[in-house]
Each structure stands twice: as structure tokens, then as C-alpha cells.
Ligand binder design. Sequence first.
Ligand code: RBF
Length: 157
Amino acid sequence: MGKEAKFDTLDGSNVKVGIVAARWNDKYTYSLVEGCRESLVECNVKAENITGIFVPGAYEVPLGAKHLLDTTDVDVVVAVGCLIKGATMHFEYICEAVSQGIMRLNLDYGKPVIFGILTCLNEEQAQERSIGEHNHGIGWGKTAVEMVLLQQKKIGM
Ligand code: RBF
């Protein structure tokens, strides 16, 4: 049993993906978006079927995701942000609000909104999880395609 999800080969050639990413901590979020895009391409998602938007910070990500769901025909949204704990309580409030907001969209819209939010205690954690071999964006892209195929009943157990 592994700690991380393993993915079968996924055919995303008919999957439309939205990506909403925060510009706060852009050194990390831009790399996460790149990782996500690379894995989408690997799953045969067509470039013209990927719509990306940026929002200022993680707090704005759920509304950005809602905007994509309301105004485009995406099957899934990957919500990308990177929260790094500071000296005040901001981190805790934003983490809570964003995770609740993203889950609410999943259940309200019945479409997958992937939780691509890093919640890090320091810069080192953010770096490790967003840049290089362990870029979490790669897994988020694959998760997006898998969840759409599941809904389209193209895969099962
Ligand atoms: N946005 C992030 O995406 N990541 C952060 O680590 C982050 N930290 C913040 C810390 C403080 C003290 C403040 C005021 C904002 C922070 N934000 C962060 C921005 C937040 O998500 C949002 O864009 C702004 O609060 C405006 O709604």
C-alpha cells in the first residue's frame, strides 16, 4: 500500500479542464500549474480543452472556480494555491475557508473541483511539494481526468 495515489493510464482526449490558480506565492503556484498541465497533456487532454485563469490569492480561488463552472463548459476544475503559515491567524482562516469553499462547489455542482491547495508550515515544505520530482500538480491533473472518466462511467473498479 502506497502513501500516494497511483494512476492507471487515463484517456482525457474528451475531457475539458479548467485551472484556477492564485498568484500569491507564484514561485510555487506557477510550477504547480505547469506540473498539472504536463500531466493533462500526458493523459491526452487537448490544449484547446484547457482553460486557465489567475486570481490574486487562495481566498479568491473558490470564486474563480465557480466562475469557470458558470461561464465555461469545463468538466472539472483544478483549484491551485499555496498557503504558507505566517505570524498571524490568517493561514488558519484562509485554509479553512478555501477547503470548505472547494468542497461546497464539488457537492453543489456535482462536478469535480480538485483540491490543489498546498497548506504549508514553511517555504521549504512549499518548495518540496511544488518544484521538481514531487510537484503535486502532476497528481492533481491526473485526479481531474480520473474523476471525469468516473462520472462518464468510462472507468470503474
Ligand atoms: N494567499 C495565498 O494564496 N497564500 C498565502 O500564503 C496568503 N497569505 C496571506 C497572509 C496575509 C497576512 C494576508 C493579508 C493575505 C494572504 N493571502 C495569501 C491572500 C489571500 O488569499 C487573499 O488574496 C487576500 O486576503 C484578499 O482577499
